[in-house]
Design a protein around this ligand. Structure first.
Ligand code: PMP
Length: 396
């Protein structure tokens, strides 16, 4: 085939850098274990934090929705795909996030793309944390707004950029709530103060905060209100984006916001307008998960207990895990080959923790990204910590 040498050349280049990605074929997978190459491994890499994707009630809700509404919504929401189940889910999400309204998208990725490009365009400014998720970065790029990237969680850098930037039509400040590769939490009180002072709309991506942060799992606002660092009645997050695909054990993205912003996005967010509506089964599964999040708080308690236990054991074992504040624990090895080797050795010992490499993380920070789930037993957590400590000893 003429003109296609670049494909193999690029794959070879990535291979040379140890950055080529391969799909791992899993025979079975849930939040707690996977079956890989005929072997059962304890899974420490899922985002199904509460183990709800395999909950019998969540699966039954998805099955019942297929019976009632069929396997596909059949068109976009604005044509003939807007079903009662979507609207029930949106009302429930709005209530969960204590907002006037919510709108669901076909994925979290699509939500970020659609929201950011609708809110900011040519002549506007976006202020974005250096470690924001790729879907935020892509939304910023696609928007054609002027993008100012501030150093990770460095609010004095952000403040300087806000102060020195020329006047603009509109300003959007956007941050991950929980940073997906590091597990640290954005300084919402600080961001909210700067947003108010510099006339920015504030958008938070709560992909890893939803169902995880706060005593009811409502997310980052509840987390800071309960710590006493945010007034409960304070208007602070204008755009609370999240995904149904992590702690909610389903698929799809959402935004919780004012009723007028929902209406605006409904008219302006291209990834909403030009995409088929969320499958009814995904909407029903997420709706049931929201119910379970409320009814079964022991899941969140177990998740946090596992996090506390693993974080404690890893720091005893000499790992630097101080930055992580949520059930995402990165162990940084630097070179790609070191992280890949560690992941292989863990797999030999019965643990599934894939290596994360650039461009998912900055160059020179390849890592194991351990995620915990409510369903892990104390023994499984202890077992992982023990293996990691032994492997680290061997490296020293
Ligand atoms: N935002 C963040 C912070 C994420 O981690 C992810 C998923 N990796 C997304 C957005 C995209 O969500 P989804 O997988 O639902 O497309």
């Amino acid at each position: 085939m003429p003109g296609t040498d670049f494909i193999l050349d690029e794959l070879e280049r990535l291979e040379g850098l140890n950055q080529r990605r391969f799909l791992k074929s899993l025979d079975q997978a849930n939040a707690r274990e996977v079956s890989y190459r005929g072997k059962r491994l304890v899974n420490f890499s899922s985002n199904d934090y509460l183990g709800l994707a395999s909950h019998p009630r969540v699966k039954a809700a998805a099955q019942a929705a297929i019976e009632e509404f069929h396997a596909s919504a059949g068109s976009s929401r604005l044509i003939c795909g807007n079903l009662g189940i979507h609207e029930r889910l949106e009302s429930r999400l709005a209530c969960f996030k204590q907002k006037e309204a919510a709108l669901v998208f076909s994925s979290g990725y699509a939500a970020n793309l659609g929201i950011i490009t609708a809110l900011a365009g040519e002549g506007d400014q976006i202020f974005s944390d250096a470690l924001n998720h790729a879907s935020i970065i892509d939304g910023c790029r696609l928007s054609r707004a002027q993008v100012f990237v501030y150093r990770h969680k460095d609010l004095s850098h952000l403040e300087r950029l806000l102060r020195e930037a020329p006047a603009a039509r509109r300003r959007l400040l956007v941050s991950d709530a929980v940073f997906s590769m590091d597990g640290d939490v954005a300084d919402l009180p600080g961001l909210a103060a700067l947003a108010a002072m510099h006339d920015c709309l504030l958008m938070l991506d709560e992909a890893h905060a939803t169902g995880v942060l706060g005593s009811t799992g409502s997310g980052i606002v509840e987390y800071f209100v309960e710590r006493g660092s945010l007034a409960p009645d304070k208007r602070c997050v204008d755009v609370a984006m999240g995904t149904l695909s992590k702690a909610l054990g389903s698929f799809g993205g959402f935004v919780a916001c004012s009723a007028s912003l929902r209406e605006f996005l409904n008219n302006k967010a291209r990834s909403f307008i030009f995409a088929t509506a969320l499958p009814p089964s995904a909407a029903a599964a997420a709706l049931e998960s929201l119910q379970l999040i409320n009814e079964e708080p022991f899941r969140r308690e177990s998740l946090w207990k596992n996090f506390g236990a693993l974080k404690g054991r890893l720091s005893e074992g000499g790992f630097d895990v101080t930055a992580s504040e949520t059930p995402i624990l990165p162990l940084t090895f630097g070179a790609e080959v070191a992280a890949l080797g560690m992941s292989d050795r863990l797999a030999d010992r019965g643990y599934f923790v894939p290596a994360i490499r650039p461009p998912s993380v900055p160059k020179g920070t390849s890592r194991l990204r351990i995620t915990l789930c409510a369903n892990h037993s104390g023994d499984e957590v202890e077992g992982l910590a023990k293996e990691l400590s032994e492997l680290a000893q061997d490296r020293r």
